[in-house]
Design a protein around this ligand. Sequence first.
Ligand code: GLU
Length: 466
Amino acid sequence: MTTVITRFPPSPTGHLHVGGARTALFNWLWARKNGGKFILRIEDTDAARSTGEMTRGILDGMRWLGLDWDEGPYFQSRRISLYNEYIDRLLQTGHAYYCACTPDEVEAMRNEARAAGAVPKYNGRCREKGLAPGPGRVVRFKAPLNGETSFKDVVKGNVSVPNAQLDDMVLRRVDGIPTYNLAVVVDDVTMAVTHIIRGDDHLSNTPKQVLLYEALGQALPQFGHVPMILGPDKKKLSKRHGATSVTVYRELGYLPEAVVNYLARLGWSHKDQEIFSLDELLTHFSLGHLGTSACVFDQGKLLWLNAHYIKSETPQRLAPLLADFLQQRGHREVNSAYLEAIVPLLQPRAGTMVEMAEMAEFFVADDHRLPMDEAAAGKYLTAQVKEHFVSLHNLLQTTSPFDQAALEALFSRYLEDKDVVFKVLAQPLRVALTGKTKSPGLFETMEVLGQARVVRRLANALRRIE
Ligand code: GLU
């Protein structure tokens, strides 16, 4: 059996788009599942629009998602001479020719065809002239004039296009740079790619590529064109719909597991299952279950999955991430054991790591500079609770151990002694200790804050009341 070889060939003219990341994932899964190879190739022949920064961003995004590659990154810009060898070979075998028509002339031919109700294309004027190379000349492919070009697609089924509709495409531009279709085919042939899964925005290129495979005497790979990802308004997903770049989701505090799980389900399914570990994806992924209809990008579902993964990850895994997000919010380095104790309290509450960092701020704030909800402080930190705070400050200073169970017991004794209900004290204490009216459970919060912080914050609240 031939080894499965797949590839992901982004153009570094933009960020790693969720659509690109999804096809990368499908190709990666297929290679990994079959013990094959996954190749990364940077299609940077458009020198004016490609940047090193975009390339770095794409590689970072791939690493973050865990989509490791076995070969590459190859850069098309460093393979120009290889493409030219193949173009020369096509010239020698009569599959290509030099064309001296100017862009204006070609445009006029297209308009003429359009006016006559025909397919707008190059009219083949230089096809049989046998022109030699020269300035201003491109190399064109000599496409067959009759018959059909067909290929089998795992998503679309049998695809057939009348050759009369296909153009004598340009293979090498005036500036000597090969075109996308030529470079892709040479790369896929020389890299022995067996499966090409990509967006169906490329479907119209595929017959042209098939013709090149045939002209080069090469067997076709297996194609699979997955439907585009749409926004909620059913238009192609774009920035208008919200974040489309993988990096942005990372910055918004999404976990890669959630993004991978979400992308896998965009255009692929296995029964009704929504949540997949990587192992499950590898077990169940198959090209036969790629969907045929366009899928809508659903932010709400991605957030739901992210919340699910935040709940199910270990505090040890999330604590360093929380540390990063806290640092971005201007907090100094926080002790990792403290963070690991904070995380479980916030896991059930945070949809993203950014939200978790927001919620964690009161834990790591300096006791003397605890950000305070002033309205809540005005309402709850009043003379009415002063005596209680004085007594509790004394009790809490000396009690041991300082854990949830002991604190619960201490409070129930205290409330009974003073004949007050917990409600009288709960919000004032919460505001004193967290600066806010909402937080995880009071006793678990106190245990994690620890005795010293709790006592200092109570003392600060008392000073405020006085
Ligand atoms: N560079 C092309 C893109 O980013 C690759 C298309 C392909 O998979 O052949 O759309």
